[in-house]
Ligand binder design. Structure first.
Ligand SMILES: Cc1cc2nc3c(=O)[nH]c(=O)nc-3n(C[C@H](O)[C@H](O)[C@H](O)COP(=O)(O)OP(=O)(O)OC[C@H]3O[C@@H](n4cnc5c(N)ncnc54)[C@H](O)[C@@H]3O)c2cc1C
Length: 467
């Protein structure tokens, strides 16, 4: 008996992962991606799973980081996004960062080659036709206006939009390495063994103060009526951070701790601007945390006051973009289906998670839920003790309703996972200090999550599906 296909709309991080999971479960899938027929404000290619800004999947250590734990769980679930990320990583200290072109090309090739996937390059410009009985909507923060309007009409909920700001990229050979130096914070080694993954540009107190003044005075991109929605704190433009207080940047993206100026080891920098490698060739470097809504002319002028970047050539300047997401705790059921029309499932950033990894994680879950339903073997939600379960819990029920606009996009974090009591003593009987207890607690949360995800997967500790 032939199995009718599941339709996935949107071939970004979430849609690519969802389509992969559906196909790997043995169910045919049609993946509808509007690029290159219709573009978005941020995507630049026709590739699936294009990364629109940073090239980082963030920390990769399951013992000390919630997103690292999510990576580990996704690998165990046969995630295509993690497999392609691992295969195309570039040095980034303790983070998993990828060569964006190689990564997206690999995801596209794997999906194109899958015998159960059909790719339709078209915009779904309204609600899907009635004969699509199982659909995953993964159209992301830049969902096309026609589809957004149709969803809005169906849900009756106000669409929430705000600007995400993208960070500038600098050509490596335009950075003055007689001033800047290579080092990872606290010399932390990354997965590839590199402890000098970042380029650091030091600032004195006077230079920092002048820089903050220039940020505050520089012309900003104009506001539109629908911009009056609060920024998500994880992606604040630097000038908005500077407006919050003159020291804010020095305690955020420009913090100088854990770094020693290789040219002047005796001089402690007042602030440091970090750049992270953005492509495998090492020719492009991303200004870490430097999302901005400064006008392009002002960006060039202000960022060239940073020591080491006086002659910087910018491959891309920062900019601003829309974010679209549902009030998911109210609208979606526990398996990500729209209560008002359960044939529609949602996945990715449109569900109110934030970030590449989280979006792909929700795509992974939506794909498994949809495939299980189609095969008559419903897939239970992962336990709330896992990062996958915690993320799902946040978007489908964990959030306490604080009225309109109170549900905000969120990265995975330990606060979403149930607490666990830390040990009081080390294995040798010594009493643990508070930092050691904190580290031990994270490790225990990680161990519990990995055991629980293995049980959820039916005892298979590691799935090789994406290998
Ligand atoms: C400007 C900007 C900067 C960002 N920077 C970062 C960052 O640095 N780090 C980070 O982790 N996250 C960042 N994000 C968030 C990032 O977009 C998401 O984390 C991630 O890409 C979301 O995955 P997704 O699959 O939900 O959406 P996307 O990856 O955007 O994929 C959605 C896909 O749906 C397609 N589509 C849209 N409408 C339709 C339609 N009607 N029919 C068919 N196809 C359609 C789009 O073309 C796109 O390919 C940024 C977002 C923006 C907008």
């Amino acid at each position: 008996m032939s199995i009718s296909p599941i339709h996935v709309i949107g071939g970004g991080l979430a849609g690519s992962e969802a389509a992969w999971q559906v196909a790997q479960a043995g169910v045919p899938v049609v993946l509808h991606e509007m690029r290159p027929v219709r573009g978005t404000d941020a995507h630049q290619t026709d590739r699936l799973a294009e990364l629109v800004c940073s090239n980082s999947f963030r920390a990769d250590d399951w013992e000390s980081s919630a997103v690292g734990l999510l990576h580990a769980e996704m690998r165990r679930c046969g995630s295509l996004i993690l497999a392609a990320g691992d295969a195309h990583q570039v040095p980034a200290g303790g983070a998993l960062a990828v060569d964006r072109d190689g990564f997206a090309a690999a995801v596209t090739a794997r999906i194109e080659a899958h015998p159960l996937v059909t790719i339709a390059r078209e915009e779904v410009a309204g609600l899907p036709p009635a004969d699509w009985d199982s659909v995953v909507v993964a159209t992301g923060p830049l969902t096309s206006p026609a589809l957004s309007e149709a969803i809005l009409a169906l849900t009756g909920e106000g669409e929430l939009s705000f600007f995400d700001a993208i960070a500038p990229i600098v050509l490596a050979d335009s950075i003055d390495m007689d001033v800047a130096w290579r080092q990872s914070r606290y010399d932390k080694e990354g997965p590839g063994g590199d402890a000098a993954a970042y380029i650091n540009c030091p600032m004195t107190k006077d230079q920092y103060e002048a820089f903050v003044d220039a940020l505050l005075a520089g012309p900003k991109a104009e506001f539109k009526a629908w911009e009056h929605v609060p920024y998500f704190d994880g992606c604040l433009p630097i000038e908005v951070m500077a407006e919050r207080g003159r020291e804010t940047l020095r305690h955020g993206p420009m913090k100088p701790v854990g770094l020693t100026n290789a040219h002047k080891p005796e001089e402690k920098a007042w602030a440091v601007v970090q750049l992270r490698q953005d492509n495998a060739l090492g020719t492009l470097w991303n200004m870490v945390g430097f999302q901005t809504k400064l006008k392009h002319g002002a960006q060039t002028e202000v960022f060239r006051t940073i020591p080491g970047l006086e002659k910087a050539v910018f491959a891309r300047l920062g900019g601003l973009h829309r974010n679209t997401f549902l009030n998911s705790p109210k609208l979606l059921d526990a398996s990500l289906r729209l209560k008002a029309d359960p044939r529609l499932r949602f996945a990715g950033q449109i569900t109110g998670v934030e970030g590449y990894v989280e979006s792909a994680a929700v795509g992974l879950l939506a794909g498994r839920f949809a495939a299980g339903e189609r095969l008559g073997r419903p897939c239970a939600a992962p336990p709330s003790t896992t990062a996958l379960g915690a993320l799902l819990g946040h978007i489908t029920g964990g959030h306490l309703d604080g009225g309109k606009g109170s549900f905000q996009p969120m990265n995975i974090n330990y606060g979403l996972l149930p607490a666990i009591a830390p040990p009081k003593r080390a294995d040798d009987g010594r009493r643990l200090g508070s930092k050691e207890k904190g580290r031990a607690k994270k490790r225990l949360v990680g161990e519990r999550a990995l055991a629980d995800i293995a049980a959820w997967l039916g005892g298979a500790d590691v799935l090789e599906a994406a290998e």
